[in-house]
Design a protein around this ligand. Structure first.
Ligand code: KG4
Ligand code: ZN
Length: 341
């Protein structure tokens, strides 16, 4: 089956073609970073308008690169949620209309489920079951993945998501949007020994996270070192070390508690090199393997949507022609693919 995947939940338009026999054939992406940078964050209305303009040319580009005519497509998957309503609607209405005109099925899929399965697009994909650390701009979760659609939430952030914490801390340090990559770069120049930030919620059992206190800690440290030009990089380093350490402790605990020996890391923050290096150490210490998508498939993209759509459509799952999108959607509401009667 050849599936077109469409992602438009936030500030990236992604379109990809996945073939059940040949794998990922092409993926095209447009990032809206420049559109939102002047505002210091994503402006939802601008995001929706930009998706509308990019969807058609990106689809043409992805199909061309894949060497697949649109008449050869067997189905279309699009992100149904969670995400920004207007942005989701742009992708959903485009995907649904195109599928209707081609007389092929369309399926709305869960954005975080797509992130979770992105490492399946790489060499040596993980087998089920595995523990997944999902770290994006809107979510921080540890999930036990027994199979497609079989998810048990082990822990999550009680306040800010990890990516959100990176973005807000970057703002405090007067770094440009998007904050995560900029903070990582600044942290590379920082002295790891100068400040030590707390590792929230690691001193008690459980797998939940809390990152909002780190923001306050950062703010206080910034004020206390006002006028010192070297402090910013040292603060960035201390913040990143604290987040990475906290996630490493919780991942280790999750592997121990579940007895599972495969760890998957996905979502935008999974692009962070310090986190990747640290989790490789954790996996080694636990005799486990760790699986990441390549950097381009950590952040939002169409390939993960096309892959997930293929898994579900090839298993016979179908949806009727009516469609909706949803800003909030729990991963635990998902089920295994249900073939249409
Ligand atoms: O998965 P994603 O592209 O979009 C959402 O679904 O949210 O994740 C975006 C988040 C942003 O908060 C961004 O700052 C963060 O991932 N991020 C990073 C890095 N690259 C992206 N955080 C830390 N280090 C990075 N290298
Ligand atoms: Zn995402």
């Amino acid at each position: 089956m050849k599936i077109l995947g469409i992602e438009s939940s936030c500030d990236e338009t992604g379109v990809a073609v996945y073939d059940g026999d040949r794998g990922l054939l092409a993926h095209a992406l447009h990032s809206q970073v420049e559109t939102h940078a002047v505002y210091g964050g994503v402006v939802p209305e601008l995001a929706s308008r930009d998706h509308i303009q990019r969807l058609v040319p990106l689809t043409v580009e992805a199909l061309d690169e894949a060497g697949v005519a649109k008449s050869a497509l067997d189905g279309i998957a699009y992100t149904r949620g969670p995400g920004l309503m207007g942005a989701l609607l742009a992708g959903a209405s485009f995907a649904r209309s195109l599928a209707w005109s081609l007389d092929i099925p369309a399926l709305g899929v869960h954005h975080m489920e797509a992130h979770l399965l992105a490492p399946m697009l790489e060499e040596n994909p993980p087998e089920f079951p595995f523990v997944a650390l999902l770290v994006s701009g809107g979510h921080t979760m540890l999930v036990l993945v027994a199979g497609l659609g079989r998810y048990r939430l082990l822990g999550q952030s009680l306040d800010d998501a990890a990516g959100e914490a990176f973005d807000k801390t970057a703002k405090l340090l007067e770094l440009p949007y998007p904050g995560g990559p900029a903070l990582e770069k600044l942290a590379e120049e920082g002295d790891p020994g100068r400040f030590r930030f707390p590792r929230p919620m690691t001193d008690r059992p459980g797998l939940d996270f809390s990152f909002s206190g780190l923001k306050t800690f950062t703010l206080n440290t910034v004020h206390a070192n006002d006028g010192d030009p070297t402090a910013r990089a040292d603060i960035a380093r201390a913040f990143q070390d604290a987040v990475v350490d906290t996630m490493a402790i919780k991942c280790r605990r999750a592997l121990q508690q579940t007895g599972v020996d495969r760890l998957v890391v996905a979502g935008g923050v999974g692009a962070n090199q310090a986190l990747r290096a640290r989790l490789r150490e954790v996996a080694e210490a636990e005799n486990a393997t760790v699986h990441y998508p390549r950097l381009a498939l950590c952040t939002d993209n169409g390939a993960m949507v096309a892959y997930l759509g293929h898994c579900r459509l090839a298993a016979g799952e179908r949806a009727d022609l009516s469609f909706d999108v949803t800003a909030r959607w729990s991963l635990e509401e998902l089920t295994e693919p249900r073939p249409a009667a």
